[in-house]
Design a protein around this ligand. Structure first.
Ligand code: BJW
Ligand code: ZN
Length: 277
């Protein structure tokens, strides 16, 4: 069953008259095989905290020390993870001549870049763990590609790695501060609930879709619960584009396969290289 559907997929993506423009929507499942936890489901906890509860402005401003410890841990994990064959397959696709390709990534771990994906084809819709922003209203300091680990001595979670070892509570002055205004608390440059998406990235995505018309959307390792990222699936379908889902779970939002859709169920680090080979 998998093989006939794979054949049908291969015939489509290798037909340049039918499949010129491909959009990928990527989520945490792409990095699961690299050992990074997803948000929803059983893996979505850090210590006793639900990851989703920590990814909010409220959590940060009420307990910046805790939220910084969470992100310090995430930075450390991401830096010590390796891109997997799923990242590599997308990287390869990004260098194929004659195909218009764009990835809307909800991931903040930097693994697509490290897997060699052409940066021109990659939009980080939810920011990056390795960007720092000043929270001071009158300061616009932003630092990209900060890979320091630990970021500060107080955020060296190696000392507190075990789940049983209690985390120290950190005072504001033990947390990273802005080198420009010397006043503002720094925050991770990721997108929390209720926050506006990077306008440039949204513009680029919209422009890509309008300019090219999308023949195929690859929906990879995402629960499709977060807006506006998830809305791109319907935008492409409404335009008449086909959809291929790569997920360990069957996607209940889609019917089973028909001539406009595929569901490749399994670890996308295995299924993507097969499908895109
Ligand atoms: C595998 C696998 C393997 C596992 N192989 N697969 C009501 C209706 C509509 C919208 C809203 C609403 N109420 C509020 C909103 C807006 C809100 C929203 O969408 N809320 C929903 C809960 C409904 N959106 C926002 O707030 C966004 N901003 C916004 O809308 O601004 C405009 C605005 C401003 C002011 C007011 C109103 C509007 C911002 C959203 C920010 C999301 N941020 C996070 C945290 C980022 C930082 C960080 O990393 O810490 O982004 S939340 C979290 O979810 C993270 C992820 O990028 C995102 C998506 O998760 P993802 O990637 O799909 O992961 P999972 O875990 O959910 O799924 C993993 C999948 O992989 C599963 O399907 C597995 O089966 C699969 N899988 N292993 C293949 N090996
Ligand atoms: Zn500042």
């Amino acid at each position: 069953e998998m093989s006939s559907s794979l054949d049908r997929f291969h015939r489509f993506i290798t037909d340049p008259t039918k499949c010129k423009t491909i959009l990928a929507l990527v989520g945490a499942g792409l990095s699961a095989a690299s050992g990074l936890p997803t948000f929803r489901g059983s893996g979505g906890y850090w210590r006793k905290y639900n990851s989703i509860d920590l990814a909010t402005p409220d959590a940060f401003y009420s307990n910046p020390g805790l939220v910084w410890q969470f992100y310090a841990h995430r930075r450390h994990m991401a830096l010590n993870a390796e891109p997997n064959d799923g990242h590599n397959a997308l990287a390869k696709l990004s260098h194929v001549k004659g195909i218009n390709f764009l990835t809307i990534s909800q991931n903040v771990d930097g693994l697509s870049q490290r897997g060699g994906q052409d940066p021109q084809t990659l939009l980080e819709f939810h920011g990056s763990l390795f960007e720092l922003q000043c929270t001071e209203f009158s300061c616009s300091y932003v630092e990209k590609n900060n890979f320091e680990d630990p970021l500060t001595g107080s955020l060296d979670l190696q000392n507190f790695g075990s789940k049983n070892h209690p985390l120290p509570s950190l005072e504001i002055d033990q947390l990273p501060h802005c080198p420009r205004c010397r006043k503002g608390l720094l925050r991770p440059g990721v997108l929390w609930f209720g926050e506006s998406l990077p306008l440039q990235a949204v513009d680029k995505a919209d422009e890509f879709i309008v300019r090219n018309g999308v023949d195929l959307i690859l929906v990879i390792g995402t629960s499709r619960t977060i807006w506006p990222a998830a809305s791109y699936v319907d935008i492409v379908k409404n335009q008449g584009g086909k959809i291929a889902i790569f997920n360990t779970e069957r996607d209940e939002l889609e019917s089973s396969e028909d001539c406009n859709s595929w569901q490749f169920i399994g670890d996308c680090a295995k299924t993507l290289p097969l499908a895109l080979a």
